[in-house]
Design a protein around this ligand. Structure first.
Ligand code: PLP
Length: 437
């Protein structure tokens, strides 16, 4: 595949036709195991002297096609499909950090990632140091000899302030650290590898799948980080691994290109934790990926129209959309989201109480009230009482969730129908609150 255009790669990269049946659609290889040619073949696969399918917890031909395709679309060199976005984040960190190590993360995170970082990783001895991304230097100030990575989301909601990828990637390079970017909210419209990021993770559950029918995730390696040069920081990749007959991952994979990080994640973490992606879900993600560039265009143009509409509405106090809010760093928006600004829109109703938010949500007729983003359908939620409920109030505010904040994941319905539903729900919320007062 010579093209570098996402529209083409999303349809063609990584798979042409099934080698045995010539099927054009990627088949669902719903199998657990694979017949070895003979004992010697089995032994070669286990010792990694030959690559091939062994067991679907580790690899699967449907997943392989998807991994190659999404790696191509993001501009990376290799990928590992996993059971959820949370699994992707967890493995992206555990692949290089162990007890006693730390990572530096942006405060602007999905609530589930915040919990993983603030609480669960702590229980296995990995410290996550949260820093405000508005000043990139905060990352370097928090770095020490036990730091193993920087972590951030490209377009974090609810703040929707684009992360300074290049600025922080340059600092990461200077310290010999990889920058891991969660690009879930901005596939196609931003490619973090183009701006110096080293690892990308996605919740495929969102825009990549796109149809709200499957949970899954993926880790993609950009192939640009020199794990050997910084071997003192990355013993897990550069010292003999006792769990794999003393393999040194950077040496064992030398002939295969810069894929040590992904091969190690597959051969150790996927083997041990089993956060594997069902090939049935992968099939849905491949279907989603084929139309992702097309859908992102629609999501983004509808979201821009919604943001413009809300910004002009006297009932609305504040609209949060990249490039629009007063506290937005618009030069970053222009740099990292030069064309489309994403499908997520936040807003606050004027003089909103908790009840106003609930009334708005309960008055929606077409728009779904669900804890999800990136569906073809328009979705709405009140994060303070749902997705971010488990955070302490001060943590909630640090991630940008105010009590009256409402989040929309704008779908690809006709824009007139989206605006009509928002209008009638706003009227109901404002009138209901006025009546109660
Ligand atoms: N990252 C982001 C930005 C998300 O929004 C989510 C889920 O909402 C996740 C990661 C976790 O993904 P999953 O639900 O597939 O585990």
């Amino acid at each position: 595949m010579t093209s570098s255009n996402p529209e083409t790669l999303a349809l063609h990269a990584g798979y042409r036709a099934d080698p045995t049946t010539n099927a054009v659609a990627v088949p669902i290889y719903q199998t657990t195991a694979y017949q070895f040619e003979d004992s010697a073949h089995a032994a070669r696969l286990f010792e990694l002297s030959e690559m091939g399918n062994v067991y679907t917890r580790l690899m699967n031909p449907t997943n392989d096609a998807f991994e190659q395709r999404i790696a191509a679309v993001e501009g990376g060199v290799a990928a590992l499909a996993v059971s959820s976005g949370q699994a992707a984040t967890t493995m992206s960190v555990l692949n290089i950090a162990q007890a006693g190590d730390n990572i530096i993360s942006s405060t602007d995170l999905y609530g589930g990632t915040w919990n993983l970082f603030a609480n669960t990783l702590k229980t296995v001895g990995i410290e996550v140091r949260f820093v405000d991304p508005s000043d990139p230097e905060n990352f370097s100030r928090a770095t020490d000899a036990r730091t193993r990575a920087y972590y951030a989301e490209t377009l974090p909601n609810p703040k929707l302030q684009v992360f300074p990828i290049r600025e922080v990637a340059d600092l990461a390079e200077a310290f010999g650290l990889p920058l891991i970017m969660d690009n879930t909210a901005s596939p196609i419209i931003c490619r973090p590898f183009d701006h110096g990021a080293h690892i990308v993770v996605h919740s495929c559950t969102k825009y990549i799948g796109g149809h709200g029918n499957s949970i899954g995730g993926v880790i993609i390696d950009g192939g640009t980080f020199d794990w050997v040069k910084h071997s003192e920081r990355f013993p897990l990749l550069n010292q003999p691994d006792p769990s794999y007959h003393g393999a040194v991952w950077t040496e064992a994979t030398k002939e295969l290109g810069p894929v040590a990080y992904i091969v190690k994640a597959r051969c150790t973490l996927q083997r041990d934790f089993g956060m594997s992606l069902s090939p049935f879900n992968t099939f849905n993600f491949i279907q989603g990926l084929e139309t992702l560039p097309l859908r992102m265009r629609e999501h983004c143009s509808n979201a821009q129209a919604v943001a413009d509409y809300l910004a002009k509405d006297a009932r609305v106090a504040k609209v949060i959309y990249p490039g629009m809010s007063a506290d937005d760093r618009s030069e970053r928006t222009g740099k990292y989201l030069p064309e489309a600004k994403g499908g997520l829109v936040g807003f606050e109703i004027k003089d909103a109480t908790e009840e106003t938010g609930a009334l708005f949500i309960d008055s929606l007729q077409m728009i779904y009230h669900v804890a999800n983003i990136g569906d073809t359908r328009t979705l709405a939620i009140h994060p303070a009482s749902t997705t971010h409920q488990q955070l302490k109030p001060e943590e909630r505010l640090a991630t940008g969730v105010t009590p009256g904040y409402l989040r929309l994941s704008v779908g690809i319905e006709h824009i007139d129908d989206i605006l009509a539903d928002l209008d009638q729900a706003l009227t109901a919320a404002v009138n209901g609150t006025a009546r109660a007062a």
